[in-house]
Design a protein. Structure first.
Length: 293
């Protein structure tokens, strides 16, 4: 702006000096600087244009000031209080100005605040984050602050989940140790029996044995004790075996019953059968024991 003014001034001086008359030339033209004030002291129309290009982006914010007094009061108020937190009486312009300074996004959503959920998050987790970011924007919470709080909350959740898993594993190991002590040398055989019985029941119920919930149930020591008792009952009294369930005994139990002669099909052949029958019974026992190993 100063350069433009100087250039105009120089041009006016050159145009005024024609070399005639008394040799002194004509009087230099006088350039009147822009007037920013009205006679009553208020700012003139378009006064912001005289401030230079650096103030052009702020022309809309400055045009509301009518005089120097208003501009000075605003400056002193800002120096004293800074941007005021919006209240019920705040104008939309005041709210927008505060949110811009405080880095409050215009969109009250996870996307607006730049926060994300970990992979595999539930629908409930997403709903909670939607509600948190909506209320945060409504109350003019800054994006950096909300991101930090959400990250800390996710850390707390992860720590709590890990602590729960660690405690569950500790309880599970203690129960497993008790079961090993109770079953002693029969632990592996009993475990095989329980798994066989549970798998048979799951198959009849249409439950996939590879389902994680089924695996957790089978590995529960209390469930193992119950299934072992069920196995004993079905072995001692065939009438207790539900129709269509077949033989609920494990391969190890069936092989033992053949060799001790109690199996209704192979027991007699093993003990008192002829050569071919005893050979067939032996092959059946070998087949069953091969399943156990």
């Amino acid at each position: 702006m100063k350069q433009r003014f100087q250039r105009l001034h120089n041009e006016a001086v050159l145009e005024g000096g024609d070399g005639g008359g008394d040799g002194g030339g004509a009087a230099a033209a006088t350039i009147t600087p822009p007037v920013h004030f009205n006679p009553d002291g208020s700012f003139s129309e378009g006064w912001t244009s005289g401030l230079g290009d650096e103030f052009s982006p702020h022309a809309d914010a400055l045009k509301d000031f009518k005089d120097v007094k208003g501009l000075a009061k605003s400056y002193l108020h800002f120096r004293k209080t800074g941007p005021a937190y919006p209240g019920e009486s705040s104008t939309p312009e005041e709210v927008s100005r505060y949110q811009a300074l405080a880095q409050v996004p215009t969109e009250g959503s996870p996307t607006g605040y730049g926060v994300t959920l970990p992979e595999g998050a539930s629908d409930l987790d997403r709903e909670v984050l939607d509600r948190i970011t909506a209320i945060a924007q409504k109350n003019h919470a800054s994006a950096p602050a909300v991101r930090a709080m959400v990250a800390e909350y996710q850390t707390i959740q992860a720590e709590a989940a890990q602590a729960f898993a660690d405690e569950a594993a500790k309880v599970q190991k203690a129960a497993q140790d008790d079961l090993v002590a109770a079953w002693r040398g029969d632990f592996e055989a009993n475990k095989s029996t329980v798994r066989h019985l549970a798998t048979t029941l799951a198959s009849q119920a249409g439950i996939n044995p590879d389902d994680p919930s089924f695996a957790n149930m089978v590995s529960n020591p209390a469930f193992g004790k119950m299934m072992l008792e069920v196995s004993k009952l079905t072995r001692e009294d065939g009438i207790r075996t539900p129709a269509g369930m077949g033989d609920l005994r494990s391969p190890r139990q069936v092989a033992d019953s053949i060799m001790d002669g109690s199996d209704p099909v192979w027991g007699q052949k093993w003990k008192d059968g002829d050569h071919d029958e005893r050979l067939a019974a032996y092959q059946e026992v070998a087949r069953l024991l091969n399943k156990v190993s």
